[in-house]
Ligand binder design. Structure first.
Ligand code: DGJ
Length: 707
């Protein structure tokens, strides 16, 4: 047995490797001192055999298999195609070699009988994120099929006894649920051909005694399989195993002779608390985001969807652009409805030419107008889809996913194109490429409003290859138009993951722009994603989805914490509302350098209806504190800030405009205008007592470090 350690700045992983046997992770925790005796460390965590175990107790390790009696789900499952059937193979992978290079470890496993080898790579990124990926190659002569293959199999240290997972639906993404890991384990798979609104590709394990957390994610924009198998039969040491991988239909991934399959990247991070965990994820996101520097700062959007819907005319859009520019908007985004005969959501997807009914002279005049107002121009597309009611479909019926001789069920009146088919992908590429060549388009909102059912084409199941086809199309368009920024939207937050995030500029967290809902949705996403990638728009009041009416001051303050935009028609606002919105857009511009580069801290508050977030960066910090319901007590508890230097002194101000109803309750408004000077210790220990009595009240708190 050999022991190998990988060290990040703050953590260490210790692997126990036995060439000819297995590979295991025997330590995962805070960085160990140099010289730690790794063999002794492994022995201290090992457990003896009990009476009812196989004679050689199974160790699931980093490549769990059922071969030695482990009862959990194997990380790799292979079948062999025979005449008319597929027979599951008994596998026996043994570690054949390992290689370490700095913070990277490559493990090679071989099943000699099958002639199949697996390469597993573990590495620690500069952010402190631990990443893994695996590939499997059939070098033998059998006709194999890959039924499952995990990107990560992580023996979970026993101190992590609690689990936070997420559920959700359209317009209600990422609802958090925390509880002890159930004795029967945990399993989540998706079948929609995308991660979905319910966030099964993200989870957080927690040690409730210390607050330490482990956040894990699969960077894949297709279906996932996430599971935790507890130690049901009593494996060697009683640890549960967390697995993450892509999932697909049976028989779909062929592993014929010399064919390989590579998993997406799975990742996890360790942190002493949830805020630090978020910071590790954000650092990782910032490292993988494409061309980030070239695109900063994040421009304020105005999106036509909740302003005009399908009620588009060139004149109306020109007027909307005028009103947008007057507010300080920097990018004008034309959403759905501009192409083919698309006057509602039942038609024309696939016909990506500018509708002559709306734009008799093409998009040129509108774009020229937008640019003359100092804004750039963005356009909505949904390239993976096709409406049966479209010229494209009439010409390429076989290009849509369908099960042979079966009905073609639609969703939102649309079908999905078979993107893994080069001819289909080429046809879509040509249309979008032509638009990007002809027009000065700075940004695409790339939507995806349908689940993949049936995920079938002539070749059989395409659940896996469809996602690869999506990546290929996106990558080709990005290569041809590297300056165009792209947003990943799937009816809101249906396709958000680090796979797509390495290819796009921002994501659309939810179709629900109601500020109260966003106060739950943004903190949930920002657990894993930095604010600069989270589209955050001011919605109309009443909100078109919830019907809620909210004051502009509240809507605008909430929208500042993200990549800010407006999704409402300024012509339907009062003068006061427009002035209030313009003031917050100016505040966003002043603070985005902090919000989009700094460290995010979650602010805890005893009142569950108070949400607090804060970003610190260099000598500056900005916090958002929002009360949604009527406070149960007249004096809400002070808000304790976070992430400050305890010894330093800070000037604290409340950027104006102040929330109209609450401002009267500020004890000494002039002092807040001049700024209070307080130490980090006082601000984090005692906090600030702000008037948070009324429902729907939000404050921004600005801090500047003085010494
Ligand atoms: C769903 C998106 O999430 C919305 O923002 C909007 O773009 C519509 N599609 C347009 O059809």
């Amino acid at each position: 047995m050999e022991f190998v350690r990988l060290d990040g700045e703050r953590l260490t992983l210790v692997f126990a490797l036995e060439v000819g046997g297995g590979a295991d992770l025997v330590y995962l925790g805070a960085r160990l001192p140099e010289g730690e005796d790794l063999g002794t460390l492994a022995a201290s965590g090992a457990r003896g055999r009990h009476e009812s175990q196989p004679d050689v107790p199974p160790v699931p390790g980093l490549l769990p298999e059922g071969k030695a009696g482990w009862s959990g789900t194997p990380a790799v499952r292979l079948s062999e195609r025979r005449e008319d059937s597929c027979v599951q193979c008994a596998t026996d992978f043994r570690l054949s070699a390992w290689e370490q290079y700095l913070t990277e470890l490559t493990l090679t496993f071989v099943d000699d009988l099958l002639g199949v080898d697996i390469e597993h790579r573990w590495w620690i990124g500069a952010s402190g994120m631990v990443c893994t990926e695996a590939s499997i190659t059939n070098g033998g002569g059998r006709k194999l099929v890959l039924d499952r293959f995990s990107a990560l199999a992580l023996p979970v240290p026993r101190r992590f006894t609690h689990l936070t997972s997420f559920t959700g639906r359209w317009a209600g993404e990422m609802r958090e649920h925390t509880r002890p890991i159930a004795p029967e384990g945990f399993a989540r798979t998706s079948v929609a051909g995308k991660p979905g609104f319910a966030g099964g590709n993200w989870l957080i394990l927690e040690d409730p005694a210390s607050g330490e957390v482990l956040g894990a994610h699969l960077a894949w924009s297709g279906d996932h399989d996430t599971r935790i198998d507890p130690d049901m039969v009593g494996s060697a040491d009683g640890r549960a195993v967390l697995q993450m991988g892509a999932s697909w239909d049976g028989g779909e991934v062929d592993l014929e002779h010399d064919v390989s399959y590579r998993t997406p990247v799975a990742m996890f991070a360790l942190a002493p608390d949830r805020s630090t965990l978020a910071q590790v994820f954000h650092a990782h996101a910032r490292a993988i985001l494409p061309h980030r520097d070239a695109w900063a700062p994040r421009k304020v959007h105005l999106n036509s969807w909740e302003a005009l819907g399908f009620n588009l005319s060139e004149e109306g859009l020109m007027r909307l652009a005028d009103d947008a520019a007057a507010l300080g908007i920097e990018r004008f985004v034309l959403d759905d409805g501009w192409f083919g005969g698309r006057r509602n959501d039942q038609t024309s997807l696939g016909d990506w030419f500018v509708s002559p009914d709306i734009f008799p002279n093409g998009l040129g005049p509108l774009i020229a107008h937008v640019k003359s107002l100092g804004m750039d121009f963005g356009l909505w597309v949904e390239p993976e889809m096709v409406s049966p009611e479209s010229d494209f479909y009439r010409q390429h019926r076989s290009g849509a996913l369908h099960a042979r001789d079966r009905e073609r069920p639609t969703m939102r009146g649309q079908l999905v194109l078979h993107l893994a088919h080069p001819a289909v992908s080429d046809a879509v590429f040509r249309q979008i490429d032509a638009l990007l060549r002809e027009y000065d388009i700075a940004y695409l909102k790339w939507d995806h409003n349908r689940d993949l059912f049936p995920a079938k084409a002539r070749v059989g199941s395409v659940r896996n290859s469809q996602t690869e086809g999506f990546y290929d199309l996106l990558d080709r368009l990005r290569a041809a138009h590297p300056k165009v920024e792209i947003e990943s939207c799937a009816s809101g937050g249906g396709r958000i993951d680090y796979g797509v995030l390495s290819r796009v500029h921002r994501v659309w967290p939810s179709d629900n722009n109601d500020a109260i809902e966003r106060l739950r949705i943004i903190p949930a996403w920002s657990q894993f994603l930095p604010l600069e990638v989270l589209g955050s728009h001011v919605s109309p009041s009443p909100n078109p989805i919830t019907g809620r009416r909210l004051a502009m001051d509240f809507r605008a303050k909430v929208a500042v914490f993200g990549h800010m935009g407006v999704e409402a028609d300024p012509a339907r606002m009062t003068d006061k509302e427009r002035a209030c919105l313009a003031a917050h857009i100016a505040l966003y511009k002043e603070w985005r350098g902090v919000l989009h580069a700094g460290a995010l801290h979650r602010l805890d508050h005893p009142d569950p209806d108070v949400t607090g977030m804060m970003v610190t960066h260099g000598d500056k910090a900005l916090a958002l504190v929002a009360q949604t319901a009527f406070s149960p007590v007249f004096d809400a508890a002070p808000v304790r800030l976070a992430g400050l230097d305890p010894e330093a002194r800070y000037r604290v101000t409340l950027p104006e405009p102040w929330p109209p109803r609450a401002r009267h309750y500020l004890a000494v408004p002039e002092r807040w205008r001049d700024g209070l000077v307080l130490s980090g210790t006082a601000l984090m220990g005692q906090g600030l007592a702000l008037p948070l009595t009324h429902p729907e009240t939000a404050w921004l708190i600005a801090l500047e470090k003085l010494s």
